[in-house]
Design a protein. Structure first.
Length: 294
């Protein structure tokens, strides 16, 4: 992520927390974010954190889905869990929920959504961290490894797409909220179901893209082409939300898009057909396992 991109995200998202974060690479990660009751593992010589939620409905007798949800640039996993809360869904549908924590970059937490090297300004091995985290969680709980899902907001949405490209052997389906896909791509090992939620008035990651970021449609087009879905979507409109479905893809996967007319750079509060953002995300990804439509 180059300096211009970091500055744009910083100005739009992080002003409320600037007083608690100094721009120093050498600072203690605890000064960059604060997580209550976080789990930790050591990966690549660095202590990494994630907040884990095990629903009361989990009893360990059968393989259980795992949902990963990634915060945005500068965020903390604990705070994000409150903003993008999926705990009631985890209880009702019995899935394990994890909110991983990004590491510090110039005093701000981030996700490195591309492989190491090239134009990357970060040396964080986030793909390796997530793989290690999944291994750790699955060693303690009965995880259905065919039903590991990745969702994220903003920079976290970039991370979800990064996993879809580079760790597709672990990820069954992905969701991005107010995010985009970076230019680093690699063919997934299987058809990849994708749902993308984006506001047309997003000033941080513009809906139509710009010289720094890909547009929502170009991101969708990549997956439409990769999954060999129909090219003309079925569109349903409710209030200020347009829902487009590109279905009939390989392994019966689909690519779906929720277009929030006038929507800004947020984890959306609006509902569509009575479902909030967390419900839309879960209802989509849970239809699939790593082999396609369940």
């Amino acid at each position: 992520m180059n300096n211009t991109k970091k500055l744009i995200l910083f100005l739009a998202i992080l002003l409320p927390i600037i007083s608690s974060c100094k721009k120093e690479d050498t600072k203690n990660p605890k000064e960059c974010y604060s997580n209550n009751d976080a789990q930790s593992i050591v990966h690549d010589g660095i202590s990494r954190e994630y907040v884990l939620y095990i629903p009361n409905s989990y009893n360990g007798t059968s393989p259980t889905p795992l949902m990963l949800n990634f915060h945005g640039f500068g965020g903390s996993a604990s705070n994000y869990m409150e903003e993008a809360d999926m705990r009631s869904l985890a209880e009702a549908n019995t899935f394990i929920l994890a909110y991983p924590q990004g590491s510090c970059l110039d005093g701000l937490s981030h996700w490195n959504a591309c492989p190491l090297g090239g134009d990357n300004k970060s040396n964080a091995d986030d793909f390796g961290f997530i793989e290690s985290m999944i291994t750790e969680i699955s060693s303690q709980y009965n995880v259905d490894m065919k039903r590991v899902y990745a969702a994220g907001y903003s920079n976290g949405g970039m991370m979800a797409y990064g996993l879809a490209n580079y760790k597709s052997d672990l990820i069954a389906a992905v969701a991005s909220v107010s995010g985009t896909m970076l230019d680093c791509t690699s063919p997934s090992s299987h058809p990849m179901p994708v749902v993308h939620l984006h506001g047309t008035s997003d000033s941080v990651l513009p809906y139509n893209g710009n010289s720094e970021w890909n547009s929502a449609q170009s991101t969708l087009d990549y997956w439409i082409n990769f999954n060999n879905t129909v090219l003309t979507p079925t569109v349903t409109t409710e209030n200020n939300i347009e829902h487009a479905v590109y279905d009939q893809g390989d392994k019966l996967v689909s690519v779906e898009h929720y277009k929030y007319i006038g929507g800004s750079h947020v984890w959306f509060n609006s509902t569509f057909q009575g479902r909030n953002t967390s419900e839309l995300v879960w209802d989509f990804v849970s239809r699939y396992d790593i082999n396609g439509l369940r």
